[in-house]
Design a protein around this ligand. Structure first.
Ligand SMILES: Cc1cc2nc3c(=O)[nH]c(=O)nc-3n(C[C@H](O)[C@H](O)[C@H](O)COP(=O)(O)O)c2cc1C
Length: 261
């Protein structure tokens, strides 16, 4: 059996989970091919029809999937009853994103078999929440790994696992998410590169929106930022600040799950 795993991951959490899910499938002689939504121009979406099942992974921004994922869903071909696993990663226990994606792709004719919200570290802790400790990160990753194994075992055994979010919560999240998208340009102005920048260009090369340029020896952020925070966590000098705050590198190890250029 062959599965296509389509994901977006800003700072590595969603890709880390993708790797775990893929590893567990491989242990059971299933093959998983990754499709990074960020590069969707590089792959033909119709190719997904060739796979036996589909997995979609997303981070959660203001309760929902980011626009890069919503746009991908719009272009996804019809499902013809193809089995699907939908997962989100977020800082809290649960969010509406997975439910929202399930509803969208159900309408396209996919059969959502697993729908799961997986708690990971909150990479936006400096704006909402509190700084995760190392112990918290370790135990969160352990719990997430168990969840990945249960997802794969359940899928292989043919057991449906749907973590529902009620329609009221989904409605509230949709409103919040629309508000978030509106104020994104304002929020992203909080990101500034400081003098410590050594012009390595990692942020420029790896921004999923091509939103950063190097000008006069400093990273300059333009107006297309989606606030994925990859640049902040990738910067080896910790030179990118948010509201003048230096960010504690909670994604230091996890971000290695991404294919960094
Ligand atoms: C702009 C932004 C908004 C976020 N909003 C939420 C949220 O509403 N609820 C939540 O639980 N986590 C939220 N988070 C935390 C992320 O969903 C979480 O850290 C996720 O696992 C990041 O995945 P990634 O590393 O694959 O990008 C937010 C993160 C960012 C950057």
């Amino acid at each position: 059996m062959n599965g296509a795993l389509c994901y977006f991951s800003g700072t590595g959490n969603t890709k880390w989970i993708a790797n775990k899910i893929s590893d567990y499938f491989k242990e059971n002689d299933y093959n998983i091919d990754f499709f990074n939504i960020e590069y969707k121009e590089d792959f033909d979406l119709e190719n997904i029809n060739k796979y036996d099942f589909l997995i979609i992974g997303t981070p959660v921004y203001a309760g929902m999937e980011p626009r890069i994922v919503s746009n991908f869903l719009k272009k996804l071909p019809k499902g013809n009853n193809k089995k699907c696993i939908i997962y989100s990663t977020q800082g809290s226990n649960k969010a509406s994103a997975a439910e929202n994606i399930s509803r969208i792709i159900n309408k396209k004719g996919y059969d959502v078999f697993i729908q799961s919200s997986i708690k990971m570290t909150n990479n936006y802790y400096f704006a909402m929440g509190k700084k995760p400790t190392n112990e918290y990160i370790t135990s969160t990753l352990k719990e997430a790994e168990v969840k990945c194994k249960n997802i794969v075992d359940g899928f292989i055994k043919g057991e449906k696992l749907i973590e529902n979010t009620n329609s009221f919560k989904l409605g509230v999240s949709k409103v919040l998410s629309k508000g978030f998208i509106k104020i994104l340009p304002k929020l992203s102005k909080n990101m500034i590169s400081k003098n410590d920048c050594d012009k390595c260009g990692l942020c420029v090369r790896n921004c999923p929106r091509g939103n950063i340029t190097m000008e006069n020896g400093r990273a300059v952020f333009h107006s297309k930022c989606m606030l994925c925070l990859r640049c902040i966590y990738l910067c080896p000098k910790n030179a990118i600040t948010y509201k003048n705050k230096k960010i504690y590198k909670i994604q230091k190890n996890i971000i290695k799950a991404l294919d960094i250029k």
